[in-house]
Design a protein around this ligand. Structure first.
Ligand SMILES: O=P(O)(O)OC[C@H](O)CO
Length: 424
């Protein structure tokens, strides 16, 4: 009899615990959904009442020699797109074009027309665009005529690894690359679309010369890894150029390698004087957070420049939960005003630069296909710092005092939305 009673009581305890767990999970999930809906609604009202002016300072394209090549910076979409289109129009042999988002608007059509025209005049044209990033783009825009030297890879919308927990079969193609004739290579934060031409502040670079191979080879790797059976393989010729001063880093879930995170961690760890970071979405993981705080504590001037209000307000809220730790450690936070800043760049000590497609968040650092260039060159780093300081003139500083004064509701919202960070 006592044995039976003991068993009954264990069953009851288990049921009570199970009910409590269900109640807790249900309540937290409901509160999180409520927080997301509230944040989105408030953002919508605010943007309707006071839409961002889209006005921001930007610097004209500037070129500096790096290693045996030349690197040109672009900080305004309209300048970049004209430059890219001119190179596509002048292409003679090959065009490798890869983008995460490709809008079916005026800019988007200009790119599509230019690529088709190049293929018609005999250039070998390879195009990759992401299915998820272009999920809302009309299917007609994503259809291309059949031509012998036009090869189009629509990177799948759905990745089966999400269901089978196979990381190798997950990830979005978040890269933005253009390589023309193996001579000029572009990489950076710009997607393709009207909005980005004039309304968003972003950074792209063009590499002319032997180091364009870094981007060419990166495209070839991606194409050959992900092409469909009907696509031709691009011959992989090995390194045509190899210079430690300018090197590509590619995150590739299919290969389970994420070196972009490594170059960020390494550069932050080495910093002695200053680190300037510009990011559209900034949700640092534990290691990046730790190293940024450690750098600030050893006296490095660590500045993080992010939009005051980005186009993904839930991501902004997930990021806010890290502000206290950063500010307390001495990292300064600069909020970009009146426009979206979408660049993904960092410079260290006026000598090291990275520009690429990788956001400082989990999805980019350990989830998506990404590509960054890291460059060891004082002239380039100083040019990038000049751009950073121009951006800073359009920011307001978020001080620890201001941050400490925020209300209880905001603090609760941050706590609720923090767990969503890894998904954003
Ligand atoms: O994913 P990204 O960094 O290219 O940004 C894309 C924009 O958020 C589109 O909404």
């Amino acid at each position: 009899m006592p044995l039976r009673l003991g068993r009954l009581s264990r069953i009851r305890t288990r049921r009570t615990l199970w009910r409590a767990a269900k109640w807790y999970l249900g309540t937290v999930t409901t509160l999180q959904i409520g927080a997301v809906v509230t944040v989105l609604a408030v953002d919508r009202v605010r943007k309707r009442r006071k839409p961002p002016s889209g006005m921001f300072p930007h610097t004209p394209p500037e070129t500096v020699p790096v290693a045996d090549s030349h690197v040109t910076t672009f900080t305004y979409g309209a300048d970049l797109y004209e430059d890219m289109l001119a190179r596509i129009d002048a292409a003679e042999h090959t065009i490798y074009f890869e983008t995460f988002i490709w809008k079916a608007d005026t800019v988007g059509h200009r790119f599509k027309d230019a690529l088709l025209a190049a293929a018609r005049r005999g250039v070998e044209v390879f195009v990759v665009f992401d299915g998820w990033g272009n999920g809302v783009v009309p299917p007609s825009f994503k259809r291309f005529p059949s031509m012998p030297n036009l090869h189009v890879l629509h990177f799948p919308f759905f990745r089966p690894g999400l269901l089978t927990f196979n990381v190798r079969k997950t990830g979005r193609d978040h890269r933005k690359v253009l390589v023309v004739d193996g001579q000029s290579g572009y990489v950076g934060g710009y997607n393709i679309g009207d909005l980005y031409a004039t309304q968003w502040r972003d950074t792209h670079i063009r590499v002319d010369g032997p180091s364009a191979w870094e981007l060419e080879n990166a495209f070839v790797d991606f194409w050959n890894d992900n092409r469909k059976r009907h696509h031709p393989e691009i011959p992989d010729k090995g390194a045509r150029s190899w210079d430690a001063r300018i090197r590509v880093a590619q995150n590739a879930p299919t290969r389970l390698i994420f070196p972009v995170r490594g170059i960020y961690l390494d550069a932050i760890d080495r910093a002695q004087h200053h680190i300037y970071i510009t990011q559209g979405y900034f949700i640092p993981d534990r290691e990046i957070l730790h190293l940024l705080k450690a750098a600030a504590r050893r006296g490095v001037d660590v500045r993080v420049l992010i939009p005051e209000v980005s186009n993904h307000v839930v991501a902004d809220w997930a990021a806010r939960s890290y502000y206290s730790e950063l500010l307390e450690a001495g990292v300064t936070i600069w909020l970009y005003q009146d426009a979206m800043v979408h660049a993904k760049t960092m410079t260290v000590d006026g000598r090291w630069t990275t520009v690429g497609t990788t956001n400082i968040d989990r999805l980019s650092m350990t989830g998506n296909f990404e590509i960054n260039l890291e460059m060891f060159d004082r002239d380039l780093a100083q040019l990038m710092e000049k751009i950073f300081l121009a951006d800073l003139s359009n920011c307001r500083q978020l001080t620890l005092e201001e941050w400490e004064r925020r209300g209880l509701l905001e603090r609760v919202g941050e706590r609720l939305l923090k767990p969503l960070g890894p998904l954003l």
